[in-house]
Ligand binder design. Structure first.
Ligand code: NI
Length: 179
C-alpha cells in the first residue's frame, strides 16, 4: 500500500478550499486506503486529503487507541451542522512538523457526511473526536490550526495546568496524537 507524500508548511494545496466529491464510487477506495496508510505511517490520528496533495473533501480519522467508542472512519464531504461549548487543548499537525499550540474549539459537534460506500451518516462527537473532526474539516477549507492560536489561550492553559484536559495533535508524540 503506497504511503503518500504529506504536504507541509507553505504548500499551496493546504490553503485551498477543497472541492466536494461529486461521485462516490469504488474508484475512491484505493485512495482512502492510502490515506489511512499514510496517516498510520506518520503516527497520526487524522488526515485530510489536501495534506496529501488532493484538493477534495475527504478526511480519515482513527482515535480508537484513545477513545474506542469512536471507530475509525473515512468521511466524504463532511459538514459540521451544530457546535456546543468550547474547550482548550494542545494540537499539532502532520503538515506543520514541530509546531504545537493551544486551540480553542467547540466541545461537541454534530457532523454529517458520506461514508465510502455512499451511505449518509450523521453523528455527535465530543472530546478528542470533536477536536479532530474540526481540525480535519478546517483542512478542507484551507485553515491550519496555527490560524486559530490566540495569545490569551496560550496563557490561560499555562497558568492553569490542571485544567488543560487532553493534548491533541495529529501525531502520537503527545497524549493523543496529531491530525
Ligand atoms: Ni492537520
Amino acid at each position: 500500500m503506497p504511503v503518500l507524500e504529506i504536504q507541509t508548511d507553505d504548500a499551496p494545496v493546504l490553503r485551498q478550499r477543497a472541492a466536494p466529491v461529486q461521485e462516490i464510487n469504488a474508484d475512491l477506495h484505493p485512495f482512502i486506503k492510502n490515506m489511512f496508510e499514510t496517516m498510520y505511517a506518520a503516527e497520526g490520528i487524522g488526515l485530510a486529503a489536501p495534506q496529501v496533495g488532493v484538493s477534495k473533501r475527504i478526511i480519515v480519522i482513527d482515535i480508537e487507541k484513545h477513545l474506542p467508542e469512536y471507530p475509525r472512519i473515512a468521511l466524504i464531504n463532511p459538514v459540521i451542522t451544530m457546535t456546543v461549548g468550547e474547550e482548550l487543548a494542545e494540537e499539532g499537525c502532520l503538515s506543520l512538523p514541530g509546531v504545537r499550540g493551544i486551540v480553542r474549539r467547540a466541545a461537541i459537534v454534530k457532523v454529517e457526511g458520506l461514508l465510502p460506500n455512499g451511505d449518509k451518516i450523521e453523528f455527535d462527537a465530543s472530546n478528542l473526536m470533536a477536536r479532530v473532526l474540526q481540525h480535519e474539516i478546517d483542512h478542507l477549507n484551507g485553515i491550519l490550526f496555527t490560524d486559530l492560536l490566540r495569545p490569551e489561550d496560550q496563557e490561560l492553559l499555562e497558568s492553569e495546568p490542571e485544567s488543560s484536559g487532553n493534548t491533541v495533535t495529529e501525531n502520537e508524540d503527545s497524549l493523543h496524537g496529531n491530525e
